[in-house]
Design a protein around this ligand. Structure first.
Ligand SMILES: *Cc1c(COP(=O)(O)O)cnc(C)c1O
Length: 477
């Protein structure tokens, strides 16, 4: 098989191999990296359906990470998922043994629990792997990486837990002081490793993000201090997420006897659902991928009308989906443009200058053969939480609930393939929403959250000023 190469969506980067793609993050021409082709694995699906999660992860990843020796890749996968709680399988799937990603029925739907990692959110699946991968590549090539990030909650804590203690890596995470949830703050500040710096910024999330942008666009500073990013545009994050679409489809086909499945994916930056799209391109029998959004519905509007129109961000009870411009959407646009970089660049320029992009529908009137979209606002999200608990004894978090509400709409609209709903966060991270929906905050319980309370913490309060933050970073690298 030919070596796997990665190209930028915007066509301005000579093809690179996997390790270079991971270290590059954002492509150097401002685009996103994509594999030049997707391997067709239809001849392997039956064999893959028998594999435990980690073996499956190895099989999927080695097709894309073919510049890492197999024994090393296997060790990276083992190490990355050893930090997950091993959950006993559902009684009808006892052959699998305890697994990091259980799939359980919930009424007529199937819920894939992606939140058994260290920070109780699905981002751990990718960031545990990315942290180990950074350490591995840096050990081989020398040098260091100083990750600088802004967070409104989930990404920062998953990044800190993925990078803590990794040799050659330091991580600086800015959160808006007093504006992240108490659980999220504790998940970050209770990490005392020497390579972790929690900056409590006197400002908003936008201030923090503005400072990150300023530091990264100061190229001499960026190069001199080996700055790196961990946001969801990193191809390794997408890759780690492709695995669970296979795993979830296999468990659901086994349980239901169906020959294809659909997924409902709580969506923000389009990284997670794009991973499902990759799995479908590889030959996994996916009928539909439902892009589920909250009130921040730019993607839902797009898949309904073909018009991608920037709006204003409104805060909701599913904050990790509160975005307007979805950073990974460019990857889908690139495929839709037939991988033609000139077309894609034209589209991106139009959107940047006018805030609007119009894509013509396919002959059947849809925008894509597989992707569909739906939206659930706050009332329906709370109602989904309430009903899941009352009717099925299951507690779901507000992000998951958006996906469940959209899946229920799909069933009403005639979807016949079984639907796997991605459970992207543990309800214990969002006790207020659980209390609001059910009247009982004690339902939002996790021993992992309780264990955080009273731990020693460390954080560095700083003013929202680029110079001060730059000096703080420079003094520590
Ligand atoms: C990040 C996040 C999402 C959105 O995922 P994207 O890959 O950005 O679409 C959904 N739910 C939770 C809990 C998250 O943390």
């Amino acid at each position: 098989m030919a070596a796997m190469q990665y190209a930028s969506t915007r066509g301005g980067v000579a093809p690179v191999r996997f390790k270079d793609a991971v270290m590059m993050g954002l492509a150097s021409d401002g685009g996103l990296l994509l594999p030049e082709s997707f391997p067709d694995v239809r001849d392997r699906l039956a064999a893959w359906a028998e594999l435990p999660y980690r073996d499956l992860a190895f099989e999927v990843m080695r097709l894309f990470a073919d510049d890492i020796p197999e024994a090393d890749l296997r060790a990276l996968v083992e190490k990355s998922y050893a930090t997950f709680e091993a959950v006993p399988p559902a009684p009808d799937q006892a052959w699998t043994g305890p697994e990091p990603v259980p799939v359980r029925p919930c009424g007529g739907l199937h819920v894939m629990e992606l939140y058994h990692g260290p920070t109780l959110a699905f981002k751990d699946v990718a960031l545990q792997f990315l942290g180990n991968l950074f350490e591995y590549v840096l050990a081989e090539r020398g040098g260091e990486l100083n990750v600088v990030a802004a967070t409104s909650g989930d990404t920062g804590s998953a990044a800190i837990h993925g990078l803590r203690g990794k040799k050659g890596v330091r991580v600086f995470v800015m959160h808006p002081a007093g504006r992240v949830s108490p659980v999220q703050e504790l998940q970050m500040t209770s990490v005392l490793d020497e390579n972790v710096f929690n900056i409590a910024l006197a400002g908003t999330f936008d201030d923090a993000q503005g400072i990150v942008k300023a530091l990264f666009s100061d190229l001499p500073f960026k190069t001199a201090h080996s700055l790196g990013a961990v946001n969801s545009i990193n191809w390794a994050r997408i890759l780690a997420q492709v695995v669970y679409y296979f795993y979830g489809a296999f468990r659901t086909m086994e349980r239901s006897g169906a020959r294809e499945v659909s997924f409902s994916v709580p969506t923000g930056n389009f990284g997670d659902v794009f991973a499902g799209y990759v799995a479908a391109q590889m030959g996994l029998p996916v009928h539909r991928l439902f892009v589920a959004t909250n009130e921040n519905d730019i993607l839902c509007r797009f898949f309904g009308t073909g018009a991608y129109v920037r709006g204003k961000v409104v805060p909701t009870i599913s904050p990790s989906m509160d975005i307007q411009v979805a950073s990974n959407f460019e990857r889908w646009l690139c495929l839709r443009a037939g991988r033609d970089a000139a077309t894609l660049r034209g589209w991106m320029e139009t959107f940047a200058s006018t805030g609007t992009l119009q894509i013509a529908p396919l002959p059947d009137g849809s925008l894509d053969p597989v992707l569909r979209a739906g939206r659930a606002g706050t009332e329906r999200t709370l109602d989904a939480i309430r009903r899941c608990h009352a009717e099925h004894g299951r507690v779901i978090d507000p992000h998951t609930a958006v996906g469940v509400a959209v899946a229920e709409d799909a069933v009403r609209a005639g979807e016949t393939a079984p639907i796997v709903c991605l459970a992207t966060a543990h309800p214990a991270k969002f006790p207020d929403a659980i209390a609001q929906a059910t009247g009982d905050a004690s339902l939002a319980f996790s021993p992992r959250v309780e264990a955080l309370k009273g731990l020693p913490t460390r954080k560095f309060p700083l003013p929202a000023d680029v110079r001060t933050v730059a000096d703080f970073v420079a003094a520590r690298v």
